[in-house]
Ligand binder design. Structure first.
Ligand code: B1M
Length: 213
């Protein structure tokens, strides 16, 4: 098996330590960092996402795989910067105001990162003003992703979207939403650009909204 395939297999199996060692070995062998990233790790996360969607694996396995990918990305980042490999784009992500749930949001962030984006994760309980501040500081960001886990914080999605509109920034970004109580019908009602049910489809949606799917 080639070392890139070994990296993909180790990411899929969630073997963080092994991924770290293999990525270092691949770099030492002169394999291009973008090949390690795209053909090794991103491809593996795609497989993980599919398996998750098909209920072949569950949240713990996906989290472990995402952590293994993160380990590899940490090692690769300085090399990718040197090579001038640009992320596909930036995604601003956060759990809306009043909501402290972040496990699903973190998974979404890891999968979107795994798809090749830079994720600006604002954390939990994020007020609309914070989203707007970060949008203004990152005019190249084209997707804002809002997570909510409580029925009682779904209105905070609506008010965040409204605040983005009022700040005159609505036309600069696509907005995607998700979280256990959130539905496509709700997304349609508040006129956002996309809804996804889980982390794997969130990564696909981000690519679609960026026009790279
Ligand atoms: Co809370 N909680 N919780 N909780 N909690 C729920 C959500 C609840 C359903 C439990 C229940 O009653 N059965 C319920 C909400 C009911 C409702 O409103 N419909 C609830 C409640 C009521 C509360 C409190 C109010 C409890 C209280 O204090 N009385 C309180 C609220 C605090 C607050 O936020 N202000 C509270 C607190 C907490 C903890 C802090 C203890 C903890 C959170 C820890 C943390 O996140 N760091 C917690 C937890 C762990 C849960 C449950 C048990 C698990 C949530 C979770 O992490 N799921 C949850 C019950 C349950 O879901 N079984 C519950 C795993 C995660 C991977 O799934 O988050 O759904 P999920 O994310 C998925 C998708 O939804 C989607 O992708 C993810 C991965 O596939 N997704 C997106 C998520 N965000 C997305 C964004 C996208 C796209 C997809 O695009 C942007």
């Amino acid at each position: 098996m080639s070392i890139v395939k070994e990296i993909a297999a180790a990411v899929e199996a969630g073997k963080s330590k092994q991924v770290g060692g293999l990525v270092e070995q691949a770099l030492a062998e002169g394999i291009e960092p973008n090949v390690i990233l795209n053909e090794g790790m991103i491809q593996a996360m795609g497989v993980v996402g599919e398996k998750f969607k098909n209920n072949e694996i569950f949240v713990p396995e996906m989290l472990i795989a995402a952590r293994a990918m993160k380990k590899g990305v940490e090692i690769l980042t300085p090399y990718l910067a040197k090579q001038g490999v640009e992320p596909i784009g930036k995604v601003i992500l956060g759990t809306v105001a009043g909501d402290l749930h972040d496990i699903g949001k973190n998974l979404v962030g890891m999968m979107i990162e795994g798809a090749g984006f830079k994720v600006l994760d604002l954390g939990v309980d994020v007020p609309p003003e914070k989203f707007i501040e970060v949008m203004k500081a990152n005019p190249d960001c084209k997707v804002v992703a809002l997570s909510a886990l409580l029925t009682s914080t779904m209105p905070a999605i609506t008010s965040t979207v409204k605040a983005i509109e009022e700040a005159g920034l609505r036309n600069t970004v696509k907005i995607m939403i998700g979280g256990a109580p959130v539905t496509q019908a709700f997304a349609d009602e508040i006129k956002v650009d996309g809804y996804s049910e889980d982390a794997a489809s969130a990564a696909e949606l981000a690519k679609k909204l960026y026009g790279v799917a």
